[in-house]
Design a binder for this molecule. Structure first.
Ligand SMILES: *Cc1c(COP(=O)(O)O)cnc(C)c1O
Length: 392
């Protein structure tokens, strides 16, 4: 059988980015607010335009963007923030960092927010963060209708959803604020970095100042001056700015988004079609309004005992494919019971049942269909072996 492709490697850095980094290094001009023409400011302008948002602020990470978004909403201390129980530990961490308290909402077998639990918990929440986990979009029509009616602001955690659309609209432009990541395992690879987008001049002005635009550095942001004058000297400076190098690495990748999205979707759908032929493998379908931009595949092991699930994981690993089962791999940062920094324990049976059978395999856009075939074959073989053994 052909060899398994390298799934750990991140998206490649374009030549143009390397040349730009070398040029900047020659000048030593590395701080956004002293750069003659800051690549960070250019990235903000280009990213906002690409996504169809009015304002963008580039920061150190998506976690920083989530934190600043909560701060920009001016929530009181101990405000409650409703988040999905299926997300990355960075999300409840950003809530805690912002002096708020997370409320965890159940997620279903399709990895999306359970709308019944969401509607029940929304009245207690002062704000909502929707994590489109692994790019799976929760029902934004239903969520926005509920949140608009309640007057509760929505932050979209689109860290892993760049390029996904909902009824033709970019994910991250539906709530009040959208946050994205440039960490290496996301669609755009700067090692580290993040960006937030919004159409609200007051939210962006507050976030810009708190991100570290001290004194009058906000004048270097093409945002209305009035909100900045209002907030001058009234907000703390959390210094979460993006490094110029990261912006230089990202800008040439913006033109590659569309190709990475279509290649990623092609790879995902190719593997999904093969997995769906197996009686013990289930790949949840996208919602009707959603056009996905996956760089990984998630599937559920169905009708398998815990022993068979563990046999499946061992068989895949023995073939050299690292399959993570969110709830079964030790200390997984996406299993809510491992968030022991929270001030209470959560018991969420639906989410837990999903996490115990949901598998995660990286499927980067750069893979060929032949690479994808090798991966699909390993998964199918492992599922068959795991279920036959137990039957014998
Ligand atoms: C990666 C990720 C984050 C965190 O992004 P950083 O840039 O590493 O802070 C948050 N939420 C989701 C859903 C992610 O996938």
């Amino acid at each position: 059988m052909p060899e398994l492709p390298n799934l750990v490697q991140a998206e490649p850095i374009p030549e143009a980015a390397m040349a730009e980094v070398a040029r900047i290094l020659q000048t030593g001009d590395l701080f956004r607010y002293t750069s003659a023409q800051s690549p960070v400011a250019l990235l903000e302008e280009e990213f906002a335009q690409k996504l169809g948002a009015t304002y963008a602020l580039a920061v150190a990470s998506c976690s920083a963007a989530l934190f600043l978004s909560l701060k920009a909403l001016d929530l009181p201390r101990d405000a409650k923030v409703l988040i999905p129980a299926f997300t990355f530990a960075a999300v409840p961490s950003a809530v805690v960092h912002a002096d708020c308290v997370p409320i965890l909402c159940e997620c279903g077998d399709d990895y999306r927010i359970d709308l019944v639990d969401f509607a029940a918990k929304l009245p207690d929440a002062d704000a909502v963060i929707i994590s489109h986990m692994r790019g799976h979009t929760s029902d934004m029509d239903a969520i926005m209708a509920l949140c608009d009616a309640a007057g509760t602001p929505v932050i979209e955690d689109a860290a892993h959803s760049l390029g996904t659309t909902w009824s033709g609209k970019n994910i991250g432009t539906i709530g009040a604020i959208g946050c994205f990541s440039f960490q290496s395992y996301k669609l755009l690879n700067a090692g580290e970095g993040g960006i937030m987008i919004t159409d609200d001049p007051d939210l962006i002005a507050r976030a810009v100042i708190m991100s570290g635009a001290y004194e009058h550095n906000w004048k270097k942001h093409p945002v209305l001056q009035k909100p900045f004058k209002r907030w001058q000297n009234t907000l703390p400076l959390y210094n979460q700015r993006l490094n110029t190098m990261s912006a230089a690495l990202i800008r040439p990748q913006l033109d590659l988004i569309d190709k990475r999205v279509s290649d990623g979707r092609r790879n995902h759908d190719h593997v999904a079609a093969q997995l769906r032929t197996h009686p013990h493998l289930e790949v949840p379908s996208p919602l009707a309004q959603e056009r996905r931009a996956p760089d990984s595949i998630q599937f559920n092991l169905v009708g398998m005992s815990p022993a068979e699930i563990s046999a499946f994981q061992s068989a895949a690993n023995a073939s050299g494919l690292s399959v993570q089962i969110f709830g079964a791999s030790e200390d997984n940062a996406r299993a809510y019971w491992n968030w022991q920094f929270l001030d209470r324990d959560w018991d969420l049976p639906k989410t837990k049942a999903m996490l115990m059978k949901a598998c995660d395999v990286r499927l980067p856009a750069r893979l060929s269909l032949e690479d994808c075939d090798v991966i699909a074959r390993v998964i199918l073989k492992a599922a068959t072996e795991a279920t036959q053994h137990a039957a014998a």
